[in-house]
Structure formats: structure tokens, C-alpha cells
Write a protein that binds this ligand. Structure first.
Ligand code: URA
Length: 433
């Protein structure tokens, strides 16, 4: 088989066979096929797309490039949840203890953030003492004992994706639906769950800016999941503005604590409860979405979900005293950003808010940047709120005075005003299964 012929075939819009796809992934991981040929193929896929069977084959070839987690020890259904990436998205911190408190085990591997989107592992690492690295044996033991563990994805999980993603990042081939779908689904399948609930985001802060594109991505991922014998559901949710009010690391953990104590912002709770309900349904803990919703409301009201969160943090070495007393540190410089005019807030661009948080120190500009866990943004107003000139819209936290001015400049571009209230945007637009 010759790589140049495979590139040519895809360039001409033809479907690649199982053997060709395996040849490409194996050769790339082994270092036999060079980056420039994979870049050319990625660009051909970007323009020509892939059929569902090709994307499923690509997914499986990537899964088989590394180790796979065996969750059969947990017995029964194991259900995973994945977000396609957003700003202020702390749903895993809320959903995981919620469903675990309802008796569905959560054995979750999560990622770190890059660019304007945050990552669950960075948020959890803001808790002093929290250990995100663990052997597979200890990970499964903890889930058997307390029903929940969230750890960092190991380097051996889907090494093909690691290599390919880094290349896509610098060759303008990230936002290709078959490449995103196979990247996400390969990690979910290698993580071992039989059921997968996907939170596919659309809007200014998401990879997919329109509902139409998000729906296409969701349909692709659901088809791959089903092709590979996984019960898969995709929830399409809005990421025009940040989810909830907090963007950062410590600040998002504080908002997750409030949410688990029954004081979560309505948009964040709506998305979290929707995702958690589908997890209970796929995990056969509930017979209907209505029943799932009642179970979740009960563990929120009786604080079982909150207790489960504390148990999980303690099991992974986190300081539960600081968590229960909400003493996680925010960065020392606290600046208010005020409205420049009176009016309704028409939009709060999630991507610009995410980049602002990154400039403040809450995210990584490159994969080796160090995070300032206390840096972040707290929105005091959201889309549709009426605001008077000079009233604060948000406040931000940073440790470094020279980050204040560039943040101000970007925030000024992120927020738009209007004389009339904007239309209400639904949080959950559609569910695909
Ligand atoms: N998230 C992933 O894991 N992969 C992509 O390609 C895009 C988002």
C-alpha cells in the first residue's frame, strides 16, 4: 500500500477502506508515515468528508493504537459523559456526583483545557491536594468502593489522537466533522463505557458555531457509537454565552459547590440535569427521563449529591475542609468591569470571555503554560439583563497587573448592548439518539 495513493483517493472524493485506514494510523503512530503526508490526508478529509463507516473505522483504528480500559469489573451498565468543549462548562463536577448519588457508578477520564476552553482536570486540580493521576487498578477500586472517580486521561489512551490532534491544530484541520467525531469517540470508546452521553455545544464559545453544524457532528458521533455497539445520545446545548456565571478554575469549583448545595444558576442546572437524566436512563437506573429527573432532584434536596462530591474529593486526596468552607483562593487583584451604557445585554461572546480568562492566567496558551488556579471571571449579569451605565457587569481576578489592560480591551469587544431585550435562547435545543 502506498500513502500517496491513499491521499489521492481521498482527494478525489472516494471512500477509504478499512485496511487503508488502519495502514495510515498504524504507520503514523509508528513514525513510518511522515507528518506532511498525514497533513495532506487531513486536508483532503476536511474538504471531502468521510462516510459513517469510514469514520467508524478511523475511530476503531485510533482506539486500537493504545490501551483500553476494561470497566466490566463494575458490572452492569457504565455510562460516560463528554462535552465537545465550552466556556464555564463545569457540568462534569455537578453531573458526576449527582448520578453517583443515584447509584450509577462514574469511572471518568477527563482532559485538561487548551485555548479558550477549560478542562475538568484543571478545575479539580485547583483543590489543594487533589490527585488526578492514578493507576487503572486504584481508579477502578475507588469506583467499586465509593461509586465515583475522575482522573486524568493517561498518555497510553489513544496515542494516535494525541499525535493527530497536535498536527490538526497547526494545519487548519481541527474543525472537520469526521476528524472531531473520531477524535472524541475514540477516547470515549477506549475509556470503556457501554453508554455515552455527549454534550455537543454550539455558539460563539464552541467548536461548532451553528446548530446545524453541531447537529451534523452529533449525528456522526451517535452513528459511530451505535456502529461500535455503544448506546449513544447527544444533547445539543447552547454556548453563545458562558455556562453559569463563573469562568476559571477555583471559581468554577466554587460555583459547582453552590450548585450541588441547591444554589446553581438556572442555565447550568438545566444542562446538568438534562445530561444526568440521560445518563441514568442509559445506565438503567431510571425507566424514563421524568423518573430520572425526580431522582436527581431528590439527591440534590437531601444533599446526597453534595456528600458524594465530598467523598470523591477526599478519596483523591483533596482538602475537603477548604471545599466545604468554600475557602478556595481567588487571585489577589480583583477588578470590576462596568457597563459603558444603559440598556439590555444583547450578547456576551463566550469565546472572547474564554480568551479573557486565559489572558488572566486561568488557561493555557500553549500546552506547557502554567495555570493560575485563582484567576478567572465572575459574571454578575447575563444576556437579557437590564443594566444601568457604570453598573458592574462582571469582575475578574488575576495575579498579574499587566494582564488587566488587555483583558479590558477584549471584554469591551465581548459584550454588546441593545435598547430592547434580546430573544430568549433555549439551553437544550435537541437530543439525538
Ligand atoms: N475535542 C476533541 O477531543 N477532539 C477534537 O477534535 C475536538 C474537540
Amino acid at each position: 500500500m502506498r500513502m500517496v495513493e491513499i491521499i489521492e483517493k481521498k482527494r478525489n472524493g472516494l471512500a477509504l477502506s478499512r485496511d487503508e485506514i488502519r495502514f495510515v494510523i498504524k504507520g503514523y503512530v509508528k513514525g513510518i508515515i511522515p507528518d506532511y503526508q498525514i497533513s495532506a490526508l487531513a486536508m483532503a478529509i476536511y474538504f471531502r468528508g468521510m462516510k459513517t463507516e469510514e469514520t467508524s473505522e478511523l475511530t476503531m483504528a485510533m482506539v486500537e493504537s493504545g490501551e483500553q480500559v476494561d470497566l466490566s469489573l463494575l458490572g452492569g451498565a457504565s455510562v460516560d459523559k463528554h462535552s465537545s468543549g465550552g466556556v464555564g462548562d463545569k457540568t462534569t463536577l455537578i453531573v458526576a456526583p449527582l448520578v453517583a448519588a443515584c447509584g450509577l457508578p462514574v469511572a471518568k477520564m477527563s482532559g485538561r483545557g487548551l485555548g479558550h476552553t477549560g478542562g475538568t482536570i484543571d478545575k479539580l486540580s485547583a483543590i489543594p491536594g487533589f490527585r488526578a493521576e492514578m493507576s487503572q487498578t486504584s481508579f477502578l477500586k475507588q469506583v467499586q468502593k465509593i461509586g465515583i472517580s475522575i482522573i486524568s486521561q493517561t498518555g497510553d489512551l489513544v496515542p494516535a489522537d494525541k499525535k493527530l490532534y497536535a498536527l490538526r491544530d497547526v494545519t487548519a484541520t481541527v474543525d472537520s466533522i469526521p476528524l472531531i467525531a473520531s477524535s472524541i469517540m475514540s477516547k470515549k470508546i477506549a475509556s470503556g463505557a457501554k453508554g455515552i452521553v455527549l454534550d455537543v455545544k454550539y455558539g460563539s464559545g464552541a467548536f461548532m458555531s451553528s446548530v446545524k453544524e453541531a447537529e451534523e457532528l452529533a449525528q456522526n458521533m451517535v452513528a459511530i457509537g451505535k456502529n461500535l455497539g455503544r448506546d449513544t445520545v447527544a444533547v445539543l446545548s447552547n454556548m453563545e454565552q458562558p455556562l453559569g456565571n463563573a469562568v476559571g478554575n477555583s471559581i468554577e469549583v466554587l460555583e459547582a459547590i453552590d450548585s450541588l448545595q441547591g444554589r446553581g444558576p438556572s442555565d447550568l442546572m438545566e444542562v446538568s440535569l438534562e445530561l444526568a437524566s440521560w445518563m441514568l436512563l442509559l445506565g438503567k437506573k431510571a425507566n424514563s427521563l421524568q423518573e430520572a429527573r425526580l431522582m436527581l432532584e431528590e439527591v440534590l434536596d437531601n444533599r446526597k449529591a453534595w456528600d458524594k462530591f465530598l467523598e470523591f474529593i477526599a478519596a483523591q486526596g483533596g482538602d475537603t475542609d477548604m471545599v466545604s468552607r468554600k475557602k478556595l483562593l481567588l487571585a489577589p487583584l480583583n477588578v470590576e468591569f462596568k457597563a459603558t451604557q444603559t440598556g439590555y445585554i444583547e450578547s456576551i461572546d463566550a469565546r472572547k470571555i474564554g480568551i479573557s480568562a486565559m489572558i488572566l492566567g486561568a488557561g493555557r496558551e500553549t500546552k506547557d503554560s502554567k495555570i493560575d488556579f485563582g484567576a478567572g471571571i465572575l459574571l454578575l449579569k447575563k444576556r437579557g439583563d437590564l443594566i444601568i451605565k457604570d453598573e458592574p457587569i462582571l469582575c475578574f481576578y488575576t495575579s498579574s497587573a499587566d494582564r488587566i489592560q488587555p483583558t479590558f480591551e477584549l471584554l469591551t469587544k465581548a459584550i454588546k448592548f441593545s435598547d430592547n431585550p434580546p430573544s430568549v435562547l433555549p439551553m437544550v435545543t435537541k437530543v439525538i439518539f
